[in-house]
Design a protein around this ligand. Structure first.
Ligand SMILES: Nc1ncnc2c1ncn2[C@@H]1O[C@H](COP(=O)(O)OP(=O)(O)OP(=O)(O)O)[C@@H](O)[C@H]1O
Ligand SMILES: [Mg+2]
Length: 278
């Protein structure tokens, strides 16, 4: 088994779509939300899907993560064509490979933060000691103290709950973490802390990440940004020298698209990601 870095350098495709389309029929009208999307996501990436409200970001995330089935086209995860799976097979796929972080995290309030994570881990592994070790490692990575781990979800802050939700999402070592507007309900400081945790998780090689947002600052934490507009993947930006420079380019592109410009650029990843803070 190669290390995460070797796999990245070898460019292992983790998730691939071909001609992915998703339409909805409501009240006799067909709405074509995703139109013939072809994309490749490499193992180790931290990719953001950006676009205006209603652009189809969540629809794309649900399709990529096997929570929804496309109208047309194929989605391949590793060697497995997930767009062909039935609902039961998709549930097995999600449990085995995916973690999820949404805007609202629903921790079970009758048990401590630690027990929330342990119960998710023990659904998959019977090795209690190993699950506990992993939980402690993840809590440390997202800066949740032992005192906080003992509290009930109603006794912790929204930011702590979101980070605890991230630990629960990662406890079974998913290959890929899907996040849909994970900072949407948080204040700016808690949002920033969560984004830094996501970046750390990705940089430590714990998971490939696909995150949805409409916000340029949030997007600047990723390594790549895909812009979804009018049902198509309009362009892709890759991080360059610094987070600040990446943020400026994302905001410029967002402004030009909002102004109706079609001036989109596909850029290649640049070396030397410095992780500067804004
Ligand atoms: N199950 C569904 N049935 C009918 N229409 C749907 C369904 N799911 C999504 N849509 C439509 O598809 C379009 C895209 O929705 P989606 O939720 O993917 O947008 P989004 O980019 O995530 O927006 P936001 O940023 O507001 O969350 C919307 O017009 C929505 O009404
Ligand atoms: Mg959405």
């Amino acid at each position: 088994m190669n290390t995460w870095k070797e796999q990245m350098e070898a460019g292992e495709v983790l998730l691939k779509t071909e001609n992915l389309s998703r339409s909805f029929s409501t009240g006799g009208t067909m709405q074509h939300v995703l139109k013939n999307i072809d994309l490749k996501l490499y193992r180790g990436e931290f990719t953001v899907i950006m676009g205006a409200s209603g652009a189809g970001k969540s629809t794309l995330l649900y399709a990529l993560s096997g929570m929804d089935t496309p109208t047309l086209g194929t989605i391949t995860f590793g060697e497995q064509v997930i767009s062909k799976l039935d609902q039961d097979e998709l549930a097995v796929f999600r449990r085995g490979h995916c973690g999820f972080v949404f805007q609202q995290i629903y921790l079970i309030d009758g048990m401590s933060v630690m027990d929330n994570v342990m119960s998710a881990g023990l659904l998959v592994s019977k090795d209690k000691k190993a699950v506990l070790t992993k939980a402690k490692e993840l809590f440390a990575a997202v800066d949740i103290s032992e005192e906080t781990q003992k509290k009930f979800p109603s006794q912790i802050s929204g930011g702590e709950a979101q980070r605890a939700g991230m630990v629960r999402a990662l406890i079974n070592s998913p290959e890929i973490l899907f996040a849909d507007e994970p900072t949407g309900a948080l204040d700016s400081r808690s949002g920033r802390e969560l984004l830094e945790c996501l970046r750390e998780v990705n940089e430590k090689g714990m998971a490939t990440i696909v995150m949805v947002t409409h916000d340029a600052f949030t997007a600047s934490y990723a390594k790549d940004v895909w812009l979804l507009s009018d049902g198509h993947m309009k362009c892709r930006l890759s991080k360059g020298r610094s987070q600040k420079e990446f943020y400026d380019r994302i905001a410029d592109l967002q402004a030009s698209l909002a102004g109706g410009s079609e001036d989109c650029r596909i850029e290649n990843r640049m070396a030397g990601d410095e992780n500067e803070t804004l």
